[in-house]
Design a protein around this ligand. Structure first.
Ligand code: G3H
Ligand code: 13P
Ligand code: ZN
Length: 316
């Protein structure tokens, strides 16, 4: 099967109360770890590429790696999504480069401007069979080079349910990223984390059947945080979204859950461990290999949390 868009995945996820994991990729080992997890768990998959990933690894390398993953795993529906596209030009380039989904994130612009840019992207993408994710409301943390709202201000920038119908109708977007208290990176909360399920419910009532997306949804797993801190790292205050909240949202209208930080921490933890325990080691395979394995096991676990394990066949 060739790369797919998210239409069927989201239809089934919404209907059957689960979410698809959207994992960021920057190199071969990260991609292999994720893909072997979904293959073992028979789960549908969204691989996403940020602008930073495009400039780090180059699009042709990343696309070649993903093409191999698609060819080697014909029973797994895989979508390739642009994460946080900033302009029409970036999104157009990605459509032309073979992405099957693009995100236009104009959430930092005014409501009117967000509608205008999103509609422009939708018109071009739909002409090419590509779906579009848009964003309304603002997240905390850092995404690409944009610093989001501070942890103290997250509540003031949640998605306004009164804007969603007009936004969806005027833009024609296929899914909507909502701000419900999650944020990007490893330092999401200063106090006990709580998501705005009331906002999620209001948006769902206004847009019944419409797939929603949760960004900033890493959990900052204790296992990897502890390893990083034990082996010379310094992330004592890292705090993520509790996994039971992710499961709850996945059973509702959230059909796509974005995870990057948990991948980064799994890889970093294992590399630190090898460096500290085997300081004479200098073969990259000896530390990237364990990192890749840790990513695989972590993603297998996430697929259970999201409820999408075993759902590959129904998403085809
Ligand atoms: O939302 C941000 C993602 O974690 C991608 O991060 O722009 O550093 O690749 P990046
Ligand atoms: P995390 O930083 O929580 O992994 O979020 C990733 C994300 O939202 C990518 O778009
Ligand atoms: Zn994001």
């Amino acid at each position: 099967m060739a790369l797919v868009n998210t239409k069927k995945m989201f239809e089934m996820a919404y209907k059957n109360g689960y979410a698809i994991g959207a994992f960021n990729v920057n190199n071969m080992e990260i991609t292999q770890g994720i893909v072997s997890a979904v293959t073992e768990e028979k789960a549908p998959l969204i691989l996403q590429i940020s602008r930073g990933a495009r400039s780090y690894a180059s699009m042709s390398y990343l696309k070649a790696i993903i093409d191999v993953a698609v060819k080697d795993n014909p029973d797994i529906p895989i979508c390739m999504n642009l994460d946080h596209g900033d302009t029409f030009e970036t999104c157009k380039q990605c459509v032309d480069d073979g992405f099957t989904s693009v995100m236009i994130d104009a959430s930092h612009s005014s409501f009117a401007e967000n509608i205008k840019i999103t509609k422009q992207v939708v018109d071009y993408a739909h002409d090419h069979g590509v779906v579009v994710e848009a964003e309304l409301g603002q997240l905390g943390g850092i995404e690409e080079d944009i610093v989001g709202v501070s942890a103290d201000d997250v509540a003031k920038h949640l998605t306004d349910p009164d804007q969603v119908v007009e936004f969806a109708e005027k833009t024609g977007c296929d899914s909507l990223a909502v701000a419900i208290g999650t944020s990007h990176g490893a330092y999401k909360f200063k106090v006990a984390p709580k998501l705005a399920f009331d906002v999620l419910e209001s948006v769902t009532k206004k847009l019944p059947g419409f797939p929603l997306v949760m960004h900033g949804s890493s959990s900052v797993l204790k296992e990897f945080k502890d390893l990083i801190n034990k082996y010379g790292g310094d992330m004592p205050d890292a705090m993520g979204v509790p996994e039971d909240a992710i499961t709850e949202a996945s059973k509702l209208s959230v059909c796509k859950v974005n995870i990057d930080t948990d991948l980064r921490m799994a890889l970093t933890a294992k590399i630190r461990q090898v460096f500290c325990e085997s300081p004479a080691e200098f073969d990259p395979r000896k530390y990237l290999g364990p990192g890749r394995e840790a990513i695989k096991e972590m993603v297998r676990h996430k697929l259970q949390i999201l409820g999408c394990a075993g759902k590959a066949a129904e998403c085809v």
